[in-house]
Design a protein around this ligand. Structure first.
Ligand code: NAP
Length: 249
């Protein structure tokens, strides 16, 4: 079987690194995207330390909130490595504030990074997947996109938008061998949640039925399944990976 190629946006972040490592372990060639120059350094070191070589992964800079940049980045990587078989839309940021205090900038940056990016990058790879009659689009949403969260009207709206996008695109390409799914993590121990105050982290853990935060590998395991041939009959779903938090909705 041909070796698959995966693009992981935000692939050098906390969850992205877990996903990249896991896919590389599954013999997928992984291209991990990032935006801040230098943020790929620790990722590359960690991948090498874990025994992965340049033949198994690459990194690529590009601001996926910008359509033109996403277009150029994906064109370059396809020319360099070949068509993208698996796309993981994982890039994301938070800019929390109660709605009454939220600025237009906080709204726009979260919407463009978390939701527009899904359009911007998926648009570049979908035709190739349809043409080869095999593809996997997996977007990282959030439990907060399903249940809402205080101070996150921007983030919850963007993450809920991913779910509507996923179900609609799944319908459009179902007959073409391309599956489109979302994963909604709960609280995963990464730089994003490490930025929370200690009291907020403790309150979060107390509310998780499994009584711990998740780790990136919990999400990576779900990605590995949805990206596999075994998941060819799973499309348009939102897989909750959150230690049971969604049971309180
Ligand atoms: P993280 O460690 O902060 O990683 C986020 C990644 O997104 C970073 O690699 C960052 O790149 C990248 N990124 C941000 N803006 C970008 C842009 N414009 N273009 C390209 N890449 C960009 O956060 P994380 O916790 O791993 O989160 C990963 C995803 O999971 C996000 O979509 C997040 O919303 C979602 N999620 C996380 C949790 C959680 O508890 N951690 C829960 C639910 C959902 P740089 O390193 O270059 O900045």
């Amino acid at each position: 079987m041909k070796r698959r190629i995966a693009l992981v946006t935000g692939g050098v972040g906390g969850i992205g690194t877990g996903i990249s490592r896991r896919l590389a372990k599954e013999n997928v060639f992984v291209i991990a995207n990032y935006v801040i120059p230098g943020s790929e350094g620790p990722f590359v070191e960690a991948m090498r330390a874990a025994g992965f070589s340049d033949a198994q992964f690459a990194v690529m800079a590009g601001d996926v909130s910008d359509f033109k940049v996403a277009e150029e980045m994906v064109a370059q990587l396809i020319a360099q490595y070949g068509p993208v078989d698996i796309l993981i839309n994982c890039a994301g940021i938070t800019r929390d504030a109660s709605f009454r205090k939220m600025s237009l900038e906080q709204w726009r940056s979260v919407m463009s990074t978390n939701l527009d990016s899904v359009f911007n990058v998926t648009k570049q790879v979908i035709e190739g997947m349809v043409a080869q009659e095999w593809g996997r689009i997996i977007s990282i949403s959030s439990v907060n996109g399903v249940k809402g969260a205080f101070g996150q009207t921007n983030y919850a709206a963007a993450k809920a938008g991913i779910l509507g996008f996923t179900k609609s695109l799944a319908l459009e390409v179902a007959k073409k061998g391309v599956t489109v799914n979302a994963i909604s993590p709960g609280f995963i121990d990464t730089p994003m949640t490490q930025a929370m105050p200690d009291a907020a982290r403790s309150a979060v853990i107390a509310a998780i039925p499994i009584e711990r935060m998740g780790v990136p590998a919990d999400i990576a395991n779900a990605v590995a399944y949805l990206a596999s041939n075994e998941a060819s009959y799973v499309t348009g779903t939102n897989l909750a990976v959150n230690g049971g938090v969604h049971l309180y909705q």
